[in-house]
Design a binder for this molecule. Structure first.
Ligand SMILES: *Cc1c(COP(=O)(O)O)cnc(C)c1O
Length: 371
């Protein structure tokens, strides 16, 4: 058996005629930029994520940057994010001209540790941007309460959390704006780059519609220095097909995660544990193992794909040398970086595949303990 980390071919096989038909319709119409499917997808995705408005943009990183800009956040401002996240969370903030401020994460969920947020607030802090990492939402009630107390905005980095729920409310509906990515490997992925911003704020929505299109209010009339960052019509057409399957795919992920959880319970393989009010969508299934090298070797030998999300924390990246002084102050993030491994996870993964992967991991752990 060979188990891929993600298997987009298997997913495509289940939707291929619909995808080809959707792309063909765009080719016949020729409305490649801001066409009919962009508008339709935006209203469908807004409804799906429980928010009033959605603006399709070029990527998740652009969604973060533009979301912040639309809220007036930029030079001189700080935005609080978890230290354990994909670097794009920080890059979107930097692109907007602001500075990321890193807060350590909760070892049980790998999401921002809400008890450590207040210590990171300074007079320059303008917003908190929790990341719904690995597909589980951050503790949004506590975060909103802290934000309200300090007059801060809340922005969701929902790039890994399409369809995730927190106390019955969907990712994308709980911040002033929320950023989504449609990178192909995300739970809702295009066949190229893409992103979106959701919001309930009409004026922010209108600003973003102009911002992604050169700051244009009408043809060749430019109100401000916008950019060119639009969701392609062809990608929107693909996303419309896929959105209809997202809940099924997310259920498949949850079933696989539940099986992994059951198999690893009581073993030296440490799984994350999410509170009952969370309905995660398992963008990634991440465990901590006692000897990662041994486990990775075992998986390589068994033809099992895996990843590490993420091996080098942001403050240890050359790109963020200005944050290097934080080294040693973010222990949970730093420890996780050396011990976590992400196991195969996608909507169509079978029970046999999950058992095969879990067996290989458990054998490597037993071997590591003996050695
Ligand atoms: C993927 C991702 C992004 C960036 O999205 P792109 O579409 O790749 O630019 C931002 N934040 C997180 C947490 C992500 O996983």
């Amino acid at each position: 058996m060979k188990v891929n980390f993600v298997d987009l071919h298997r997913q495509l096989a289940t939707i291929e005629p619909d995808v080809r038909e959707a792309i063909d319709r765009v080719l016949s119409r020729g409305d490649y930029i801001l066409g009919q499917d962009v508008k339709a997808f935006e209203s469908e995705f807004a409804a799906y994520s429980g928010s009033q408005f959605c603006v399709g943009v070029g990527s998740g990183t652009a969604a973060i940057e533009m979301g912040l800009r639309a809220l007036g956040i930029g030079a001189g401002d700080e935005v609080i994010i978890p230290a354990n996240t994909f670097i794009a969370s920080a890059l979107g903030i930097s692109q907007a001209g602001a500075r990321p401020a890193l807060v350590d994460v909760d070892p049980k969920t790998a999401n921002i540790d809400v008890s450590k947020i207040e210590a990171a607030i300074t007079p320059s802090t303008k917003a908190i941007m929790p990341v719904h990492l690995y597909g589980c939402m951050a503790e949004m009630d506590e975060i909103s309460e802290i934000a309200d107390r300090h007059g801060l905005l809340v922005i969701e980095d929902a790039c890994q959390a399409h369809g995730a729920e927190y106390k019955g409310r969907r990712a994308g509906s709980l911040g002033r704006v929320a950023a989504f990515s449609f990178y192909p490997g995300k739970n809702l992925g295009a066949y190229g780059d893409g992103g979106a911003i959701t919001t309930n704020d009409r004026s922010v929505y209108e600003r973003l519609v102009q911002m992604r299109d050169f700051g244009q209010v009408k043809k060749y009339e430019h109100l401000f220095k916008g950019t060119n960052s639009r969701l392609d019509t062809i990608q929107a057409a693909v996303l419309r097909v896929k959105l209809g399957h997202l809940d099924d795919w997310n259920s498949g992920r949850r079933e696989a995660a539940a099986l992994y959880d059951r198999i690893f319970a009581g073993t030296p393989v440490k799984t994350l544990s999410y509170p009952a009010h969370q309905t995660p969508v398992y963008h990634l299934y991440v465990v901590q193992v006692p000897n990662r090298e041994a486990t990775m070797d075992a998986m390589r030998k068994s033809d099992i794909g895996f990843g590490i999300h993420y091996p080098i924390p942001i403050h240890k990246q050359p790109a963020y040398a200005e944050l290097a002084h934080l080294s040693g102050t973010l222990p949970v993030t730093e420890e996780a970086a050396g011990a976590i491994v992400s196991l195969p996870m996608f909507g169509e993964i079978t029970e046999d595949e999950v058992r095969f992967v879990a067996d290989a991991v458990l054998q490597s752990v037993a071997g590591a303990v003996v050695a």
